[in-house]
Ligand binder design. Structure first.
Ligand code: 3NM
Length: 216
């Protein structure tokens, strides 16, 4: 079932994490983010079994359908197809974009994490629909990867033509720097799903993004 709007309009992208606020269920936390205005959701479960990922994917597919928000699955193109997700997100070491495209067809969204302008331009040439630009700041959600700083964000703003999402260590305290570097789509994990009030944090991120967009 296609989305009723252009998925490229999203401004805030939220990814699931094992580290939800203690005692909260994933699907409830993600519904809070949708109430707060999240415009795209990704299921990212690096530790669970395939069965667990499939169960979460089914729940989040039903939830995102109800809010008409695009739903992306990290790492499992087969699960993305099975639950009719809107797309997949790949890492630099995952299945190549061309291979994912063959499997998923032209209508699905394919996103890829990039950590340099060179990777970003290569992803664009290979037919990615959007790229992640990060980690902008060091982050425990993706440990062991050096921060690319806001300099890659400004390079992306100048040279990348497909939508790009700044990601990695972004919080309400530092999002201003990321927006000043030219990002207009923000992705955050721990700052949102780890907070006590994910809906409120989402609203605050969106306020910051909209104010940057309005030139403020
Ligand atoms: N990908 P947080 S950084 C999942 O740079 C992920 O490709 C990244 O989580 C990349 O908002 C990252 O908690 C973690 O820092 C983002």
């Amino acid at each position: 079932m296609p989305l009723k709007h252009n998925w490229r309009d999203f401004q805030l992208y939220v990814i699931t994490a094992g580290g939800c606020h203690p005692g909260r269920e994933l699907v409830h936390v993600m519904e809070e983010t949708l109430k707060g205005g999240a415009g795209m959701l990704q299921l990212r479960n690096k530790t669970g079994s395939r069965q667990e990922v499939l169960r979460e994917a089914k729940e989040l597919r039903a939830l995102t359908r109800a809010y008409d928000v695009p739903f992306i699955v990290n790492d499992y193109p087969d699960i993305a197809l099975e639950v009719d997700a809107d797309g997949v997100h790949l890492g630099q070491d995952d299945q190549a974009i061309e291979e994912a495209r063959r499997l998923l067809g032209q209508d699905k969204i394919i996103g890829i994490s990039t950590h340099s302008l060179e990777q970003g331009l290569a992803a664009e040439r290979a037919g990615a629909d959007y790229i992640g630009v990060g980690p902008v700041f060091p982050t425990n959600t993706k440990p062991g990867r050096a921060a690319v700083t806001t300099s890659y964000v400004s390079e992306a703003a100048r040279h990348i033509r497909i939508p790009f999402v700044a990601i990695g260590g972004i919080t309400l305290d530092n999002v201003g720097e990321v927006l000043a570097a030219g990002a207009r789509k923000i992705c955050a994990v721990s700052a949102i799903v780890g907070s006590e009030d994910p809906a409120r944090v989402c609203r605050s991120f969106l306020e910051a993004i909209r104010s940057a967009e309005a030139g403020g």
